[in-house]
Design a protein around this ligand. Sequence first.
Ligand SMILES: C[S@@+](CC[C@H](N)C(=O)[O-])C[C@H]1O[C@@H](n2cnc3c(N)ncnc32)[C@H](O)[C@@H]1O
Length: 301
Amino acid sequence: MQQAYHVPVLLKEVIDGLKIIPSGIYVDCTFGGGGHSKKILEQLNADGKLVVFDQDEDAQKNVPDDKRIIFVPYNFRHLQRFLRFHKISKVNGILADLGVSSHQFNEAERGFSTRFNAALDMRMNQNEKITAADIVKIYSEEKLHQIFEQYGEVTNSKTLAKTIVELRKTQSLNTINEFKNAVYPIVKGNPEKYFAQVFQALRIEVNDELNVLKEMLLQTVNVLEEGGRIAVITFHSLEDRIVKNFFKNGNFEEEQSRDVFGNTTKRELKIITKKPILASEEELKRNPRSRSAKLRIAEKI
Ligand SMILES: C[S@@+](CC[C@H](N)C(=O)[O-])C[C@H]1O[C@@H](n2cnc3c(N)ncnc32)[C@H](O)[C@@H]1O
């Protein structure tokens, strides 16, 4: 049996949370296999519209033949620019289901998974230049240390960075196996977990995931109609913190911004989910990938 491109997580929760207006305009920033988009389309009438982004060319083949859908094969960091290009100034709802799709993870040659041997790639957009192997090859020891520590919370990130810089003088670290075998002697704890953390750090860096998320969030408040909703699904604490702080404070800090007089600036979003929505027991059993998913929803004031 052919593997599904991707099984959407928190599907009902997202659709309920967006409170879809049948004639509204919606954006799915992360189209992937189109699971969420399909349900959004089902709620829209003939006047509704759905703009979908995916920077991975592979996702395009999942776009249904439907006049109401516009596919944008670019990074969602350009959200406002492409909406403007399509003559859309305001939308009624935005969804972002972050991270990689099961398809990307299950295709060995995309280089995302520690289960396979292939080039150490990890680019969601294969037209981008920098791969994970390039990062391992060219980044300074300090920079490597920083990304393993911050993006992967790797316990011995300093030793790992030092080891990579030493090893790369004499050996090739271009493939997943070359990389894993070379650093294996310094692995701490469970190797599977260790490499999952190391790969997460590299993936975040390759795709600049935290910055693109911030850029997109900042634009959402400009394009959302009053009462329009934004729903974001995250898969690790770094992303969740960014979304949480943005919904609460309008910035990426723990506190609300203040103007020159020290007054807090006007809130643009009302939080709908005080606590993030997690997958139900039933979904966890059916789709283990939903384990770390957290859904937060806010509404434009
Ligand atoms: C978790 S999957 C989304 C799955 C989708 N909700 C579904 O139901 O099939 C994330 C998708 O978003 C894409 N993506 C991730 N970050 C992106 C970005 N910054 N810009 C555009 N697409 C992105 C990935 O290529 C991937 O296909």
